[in-house]
Design a protein around this ligand. Structure first.
Ligand code: BG6
Length: 328
């Protein structure tokens, strides 16, 4: 997605990098991060959602549907929606929680960056109860701060850091699930392998969340998939053979990984998904789902995902996925 800016204003969030805010598709404001080498990312204030991540050649790395509505209260279909405070469609809150369908703010007092950080281009956003709708507060009556830092690294890696703090004054704990519901852009889903989840247990949403163990082979895709891998490794690779490109996902604080592709019939039923777009996307989402996170008042949780896009040959020598996983 790269929508033309119709107006812009500038904010300054770091001494080293100048941030720009544009009005994007649907008039939704987005922050554009640009690195001096040419890498870039866009973050919509609607949902605190990354909607674009480009390499230095300007090639898009994330999938956003051409049919996405960009119209609240619908979530933007693609990029990296944040699922908080729940991941699923059970209970009274909206499917995948309210964070992806509320307007976030630029964080006026973000936690400081470590002094040796190589992430100089970043934006800090915050969502708190004042940004919610009355219904959200009825079903989730908590005081909290949900912070998101989106940062571009020196070699174009995209780092998302979330910090959630319980500021309840009534002594109540805060319990939530969380996911970075990341839509990767792939050349052709039939050419894609996911490495790192072999032998991991998963809950299959297409089979009443029954628990199975993944077999020894890499994941390949021939039909709808909707699974949550539990206690998954911290490093996972998506190998795109046609593009000779590998996405490497590093995660922290997020034990699980959801893997989703709607395939043709479900994609049609979604309404905001192009007819054959399922062939060009795969969601691999670091998450905390099986065991929700509970914070006592005053406690804070931090979760991270780092995404790198590297040529497969560079990473593995011979498109060897095992070496992608084991190497660094
Ligand atoms: C997945 C869920 O994570 O997200 C699926 O497991 C769901 O069941 C999919 O269909 C997309 O959800 P949504 O709300 O963005 O259409």
């Amino acid at each position: 997605m790269s929508s033309k800016a119709s107006s812009s204003e500038k904010v300054s969030s770091s001494e080293k990098a100048e941030l720009e805010i544009y009005k994007g598709a649907g008039g939704l404001k987005k922050v554009v991060l640009r690195d001096f080498s040419g890498y870039s990312a866009e973050v919509s204030l609607y949902g605190g959602q990354v909607t674009s991540w480009k390499n230095k050649r300007g090639e898009e790395l994330l999938f956003v549907s051409s049919k996405s509505a960009y119209k609240p209260p619908k979530p933007i279909r693609g990029g990296i929606p944040l699922c908080f405070p729940k991941f699923s469609n059970n209970g009274s809150l909206e499917q995948h929680g309210f964070a992806r369908i509320r307007f976030w703010n630029i964080d006026p007092s973000p936690p400081p960056l470590p002094t040796n950080s190589s992430y100089k281009t970043f934006v800090d956003l915050i969502l708190s109860p004042k940004d919610l709708l009355p219904n959200d507060k009825t079903f989730w009556p908590h005081s909290f701060e949900c912070r998101l830092r989106v940062a571009l690294g020196l070699t174009g890696e995209l780092l998302l850091t979330s910090r959630i703090r319980n500021i309840n004054t009534d002594g109540k704990p805060l319990t939530f699930s969380f996911a970075y519901h990341t839509y990767f852009l792939v050349s052709d889903i039939s050419e894609v392998r996911v490495e790192g989840l072999e032998t991991t247990d998963y809950l299959d949403n297409l089979q009443n969340k029954e628990r199975f163990t993944e077999q020894g082979d890499a994941l390949t895709f021939e039909s709808e998939v909707d699974k949550v891998y539990v206690s998954a490794p911290t490093k996972i690779a998506i190998l795109d053979h046609a593009k000779k490109q590998t996405f490497v996902i590093y995660k922290e604080g997020l034990p699980d990984v959801a893997v989703w592709n709607p395939w043709d019939k479900k994609a049609k039923a979604l309404g905001d998904f192009g007819y054959d777009e399922y062939t060009r996307m795969l969601c691999v989402s670091p998450a905390a789902v099986e065991t929700p996170i509970t914070l006592k008042p005053g406690e804070e949780w931090t979760g991270r995902q780092k995404l790198c896009a590297v040529p497969s040959s560079y990473c593995s020598g011979q498109l060897d996925p095992q070496r992608v996983i084991r190497g660094n």
